[in-house]
Design a protein around this ligand. Structure first.
Ligand code: AMP
Length: 355
């Protein structure tokens, strides 16, 4: 159990780290962040923030020497950086990063555990893409195996002609058949150092242009009937990775049951509602898990929850919405409000009485 006043190191500097650091402070810990130069908004709420390249071994060693335990908030932290942390323990185990960073490895891993991803094929050339679209059918989506997020590194392919015309990027890709889903949802769990696992309720997740727009609780049908099977897979993933902390798996709810989309070895945008809508938030429980503290209750405390992301310039008018007393605003404090960028979120909490 990490003593009060101990230091938690967080790799990455975005809003997820900012919300984690806030929970760490609440529990009496200090936080130091580490990330390359950028809009590292975690720095506003952390005791210190180290700005250095992921491969700067001297900076990383100096950072690790100041930490009692290390975690991350960003799934594209290079595996070598996470493995290079010597001295303090790092949670989750970096093999979770390794598995989730490559869409092909991730899907194979899921299949080995009995999960069902969308039909997929490895694509390294335009010949592979044409063959994949022919074999698996179109429409489909070409995705880079690495470094994609929020719909980036993805190309929709409507038919065989588009597969022939597309300039396949010079980076390993996979082709996925388009899933005719009824709804999307995620399973978010927290697993402690002694293997205790707790789940939050699942929300219905609404995406626009590949970016999460909103999460809704209750998720309703058909999601409710598919949660048990999805949780079973998520538990197997967590156990196989001896996972410590918060883990997210995203699913498509289909007529054939839950189809695995992707996993994130970290707290997740679709869990932001847990700050006000659950007894313990995903951020607090992640910190509890990495600090070796008992986990908090994950049950939902509201009758209805709606979380909406605030993108780009919409953040400028966000305070106006607080006229609705049920609303909670989180402004990430980012300087650059470029189009489509996640600048904050708002959670609307409705209790039984309507307030
Ligand atoms: P991803 O970054 O892979 O999670 O993709 C972002 C969003 O694009 C998903 O949440 C879906 O809304 C959509 N999408 C991705 N892959 C597929 C697929 N194989 N079939 C249907 N929709 C997809």
């Amino acid at each position: 159990m990490l003593k009060r006043g101990s230091t938690i190191g967080i790799l990455g500097g975005g809003q997820l780290g900012r919300m984690m650091a806030t929970s760490a402070a609440q529990l009496g810990y200090r936080v130091i962040g580490y990330a390359p130069d950028g809009d590292n908004v975690m720095g506003d709420v952390a005791e210190d923030f180290v700005t250095a390249a992921w491969d700067d071994e001297a900076a990383l060693a100096a950072f690790a020497a100041r930490c009692d335990v290390v975690t991350w908030e960003f799934e594209n932290v290079p595996v070598a950086t996470a493995r290079g942390i010597a001295g303090p323990a790092i949670f989750p185990d970096p093999k979770a990063l390794e598995t989730a960073q490559d869409r092909l490895d991730e899907k194979r891993f899921i299949e080995e555990l009995g999960g069902r991803p969308a039909a997929y094929a490895k694509v390294d050339s335009s010949y592979d893409l044409i063959a994949a679209a022919d074999r698996l059918g179109a429409p489909g989506i070409l995705k880079t195996r690495r470094d994609g997020y929020d719909g980036k590194g993805q190309w929709r392919i409507a038919n065989g002609r588009e597969a022939e015309a597309l300039n396949v990027p010079e980076t390993p890709c996979i082709y996925e058949a388009f899933v005719e889903f009824e709804a999307e949802f995620s399973v978010i769990l927290v697993r402690s150092q002694d293997g205790e696992t707790r789940f939050w309720d699942s929300t219905r997740n609404e995406h626009r242009g590949g970016i999460l727009a909103a999460s809704h609780f209750p998720a309703g049908e058909p999601i409710a009937a598919q949660i048990a099977e999805a949780r079973e897979l998520a538990r197997k993933v967590a156990d196989a990775l001896n996972y410590v902390g918060v883990l997210t798996l995203e699913f498509f709810a289909t007529h054939e049951g839950p189809i695995f989309n992707e996993m994130a070895p970290r707290v997740h945008n679709s869990g932001h509602w847990t700050i006000e809508g659950a007894a313990t938030s995903q951020f607090e429980n992640h910190i509890r898990a990495v600090a070796g503290l008992p986990l908090g209750d994950t049950r939902t405390t509201a009758a209805q929850v709606e979380m909406r992301n605030i993108l780009g310039n919409d953040i400028e008018n966000a305070h106006a919405a607080l006229g609705d007393a049920r609303l909670h605003l989180h402004d990430y404090g980012k300087a650059e409000a470029s189009e489509g960028r996640k600048m904050g979120h708002a959670t609307l909490i409705t209790h039984d009485a309507g307030l």
